[in-house]
Design a protein around this ligand. Structure first.
Ligand code: ZN
Length: 310
């Protein structure tokens, strides 16, 4: 687990510029109807399936036929929580500070099967976390199921580890952050926030931008100055700064907010499992932290915060 240790990594994820976000005047949706991945969406994840299938389980069964263990994992992932693990398209992406990156489809079978296991474990753990945190409380207006996973492999590079589009997470089997169960959990939790943020009409840019920009204006990329404001410990080796404050990475406030989500998980999980925090609560840092935290927790997690008052 990376908590409390400064973990040097090359890059976390990449949230594409959400200029296509919904109308800026849209109000937050308080609750979501039951949604699921459509057959057409699932078909796009399995271009290698030539058999005429009539349902998603058939697509999964056919795609994973070469690796029965992976097939069992992929079917269980779908049956448990509606998540479908397939492949992404070949693409040449503009990775901002990372440069151009070629991504190719890579189904998580054989030598890559461990990644499917980690994703399955991460989704199960996320489900269990929310079930426990909101036990006897109304569920938050937040989605963590029915997600499309597009497995890809970067050619000649190991970034980005993952990126999010609408209810879809692209997962790079060569990603630097995706080399352990803990790294995969944290990365997926971060990515799922991006999809929820985008669905709320780019909430983070509308509500956290002012404080975020003021922090960047004050600190630039200096670690010592940024440290009190950084929600998570992930840093970018290439530039030597916190991932939440890395520039030329889309709108950095998206990353700051997604790292807030990871901090939320870490702190609530510690309260649930140990009854105390192993480090001071984020909200007890500078006033910017307290403002961001309250707005963020109220918007996405129904105001539920088990950490004690400062
Ligand atoms: Zn991100």
């Amino acid at each position: 687990m990376r908590s409390l240790l400064l973990v040097a990594v090359l890059a976390a994820c990449f949230a594409p510029d959400s200029s296509a976000a919904p109308d800026a005047k849209a109000t937050p949706t308080p609750a979501k109807p039951k949604v699921s991945i459509t057959f057409a969406e699932a078909q796009a994840l399995f271009p290698m399936v030539k058999k005429a299938c009539a349902d998603i389980e058939c697509l999964i069964t056919e795609a994973y036929r070469a690796d029965p263990k992976a097939q069992t994992l992929a079917l269980a992932l779908y049956r448990d929580s509606g998540n479908v693990a397939g492949v992404g398209p070949e693409e040449l992406m503009d990775g901002g500070y990372r440069g151009k990156i070629q991504l190719v489809p890579e189904l998580p079978i054989h030598n890559y099967r461990t990644h499917l296991q980690w994703v399955s474990d991460a989704m199960r753990a996320t489900d269990a976390f929310f079930a426990r945190l909101f036990d006897k409380h109304p569920a938050p207006a937040y989605r963590w199921r029915d997600v499309q996973f597009r497995f890809v492999r970067s050619v000649g590079k190991r970034t980005p580890s993952a990126y999010a589009l609408k209810w879809m997470v692209a997962y790079n089997v060569e990603g630097t952050l995706l080399t352990s169960a803990a790294g995969v959990f944290e990365t997926i939790f971060h990515e799922l926030f991006h999809t929820n943020d985008h669905e709320r009409g780019d909430w983070s840019a509308k509500h956290l931008q002012k404080d975020y920009d003021a922090i960047v204006a004050k600190c630039g990329t200096k670690m010592t100055c940024l440290r009190p404001f950084a929600p998570n410990t992930t840093i970018v080796l290439a530039t030597g700064t916190y991932y939440a404050f890395q520039q030329n990475n889309g709108n950095g406030v998206h990353e700051y907010a997604a790292e807030l989500a990871v901090r939320y998980w870490r702190e609530q999980n510690e309260m649930l499992t140990k009854g105390k925090l192993s480090a001071p609560a984020f909200k007890c840092g500078p006033p910017e932290n307290a403002r961001s935290w309250k707005a963020f927790v109220d918007e996405f997690f129904a105001g539920r915060d088990l950490t004690p008052a400062c």
